[in-house]
Design a protein around this ligand. Sequence first.
Ligand code: ARG
Length: 653
Amino acid sequence: MNVLKELRHRTAKALAPLVDDPQPFAAMVKPAQDAQFGDYQANCAMPLAGKLKQKPREIAEQIVANLEVDDLCEPPEIAGPGFINFKLKDDWIASQGQALLNDERLGVEDSEADRTVVVDFSSPNVAKPMHVGHLRSTVLGDAICRILRFRGTQVHSDNHIGDWGTQFGMIIYGYKHFLDQSAFAENQVAELSRLYRLVNQLSDYHAAVKALPELEEQLQSQQQLLEAKRGELDTSDKKARKEIGKLEAAVKATQDRIESTRSKLKEVESDPALKALADQDLEIARHARLETAKLHQGDAENTELWNQFLPACLAMLHQMYERLDIHFDMELGESFYQPMLTDVVDSLKQQGLASESDGAMCVFIEGNDAPFLVQKQDGAFTYATTDLATIRYRINELKADEILYVVDARQSEHFKLLFETARQWGFDQTEYQHVSFGTILGEDKRPFKTRSGDTVGLESLIDEAVAQSRKIVDEIDDSKPDGPELDAETRANVAEMVGIGGIKYADLRHNRDSDYVFSWDKMLAKDGDTATYVQYAHARICGIFRKGDIDRASLRTASGSPLISAPEERALLLQLTRFGEAIEAVCEDYRPNQLTQYLFELSNLFSSFYVNCIVLKEENAELRTSRLKLCDLTARTLQTGLKLLGIETPEQM
Ligand code: ARG
């Protein structure tokens, strides 16, 4: 049973005689912040006071008089201005715990079987190796799929890979002009990504050559304006100082841009070989775009190259997903939708949604300055057109009731326009959500890069995590009082689970909207809000069972509810009954950090329980069994919870 939901339900009933719409007030029942006031608390009497023109305490008294909760709670108490405190009965908590012992779902209700959700996540642009920027979508999306499925929702996980975009034109251009045959024979993907980077760099170079004089001119006029204002404004005036501050910031921004433009120039000009390549084609960017256009128009040579490159690129991605234990139900990339795009634009035109503007086809959305571009002047379709075709497919073929896009917050404008266009296009019965997330930062608070300024490759990141974890695993094992227990192979396996688990957990534990700073130390710390800590709590419990030679299955069927003889037992049991609440909390707004937080607290509560309550050596047999039951339930909840986040749990650490 989900206690929170139940208490809200009963509170709604108690509120019914007082207000027309009790739901929002009932939703104010929350887990108590401070255990000394009880387990749950309702603060709805305060906001109701104004509405009902009564004192909050009087309202609280009426609610309490109407409440029927004596099967699960002690009589609710009113505190302060009108807080209602609920304290669950010990024997009720114990009976819930007993029920959980024999429940594979650990109290998570099987709801939503009739709902179909498509989750679009990971979705990298192929032809470049995966890097740290792909991590959040991949890890978050996978956790969301697992959690929704566990709850009973029909999920289609879809990797909407970018296999048709401008990067292919760049690779094809690179292949035609700069290919290193022997490198290509040895490692196709590595050579393709080198070509991609090279063409990108050369295009950036020429763009920088063009931009620099303009930027310098801009700086000059900004500086002149600043000087003039400094002369004419009275700096003792606050408004004037603000204006000058603004101008100074603008000057600084232009100086920064000039600096980064110069460094792009220097990169190429300081390397004679690169410079020679740059001089070969001053219009490399346009020519690469032409290669993309040719591919899109069905040019035989480019199509053949694309067909040759794609499998290798996909194989490299799949290897990474395999290692991360992440799987998709389908992988319908952008290319899959190409045959449908003409029809999409025709349909938008027919409905009067898309219209011509400067030779391009646009959808204008009220209240938005920027139009949604669905076909460019040169006839090329866009990211937007493909996304519209994808929505139609997901609704017509996959019967999606909801579509989630686990994508970087920087694309929020795109999704806003996409969802609105789709609704106006007639797909208005489906819910759309951009499950957006912030950036991973380095210790310098800038987007996480390697020391040389490159993006951090995912493969090397994982290797590093596993190597660092290995040290921790060795350390834990070597310091065991009765000597080490693990052989080298086990240690290596555990290190893989701890390393990958550590990366995933560190990502998931942050509120997805915020940027976070990547820190190896914080990520793998043995005691802290980390996968290592939760995994270790689990392994420790497995150790108790090994040591006592306990048969966990028969424990679950042993008669009698768990006993509550110490506050630590009560706190642990209560937390165990709340697993379902945590899962619901994640699903409310697709925030897996609600689950990491729950698991971290559970591990903490287990730790205090284990410090204060004797388990294997407990002489009272009934109490011993009861405590072993708590251990079993804790281990299963930790294991299931981590699994839902895509994290493995070693039995031994
Ligand atoms: N490939 C895109 C990128 O790397 C992300 C795609 C997200 N999904 C979507 N349907 N637009 O930015």
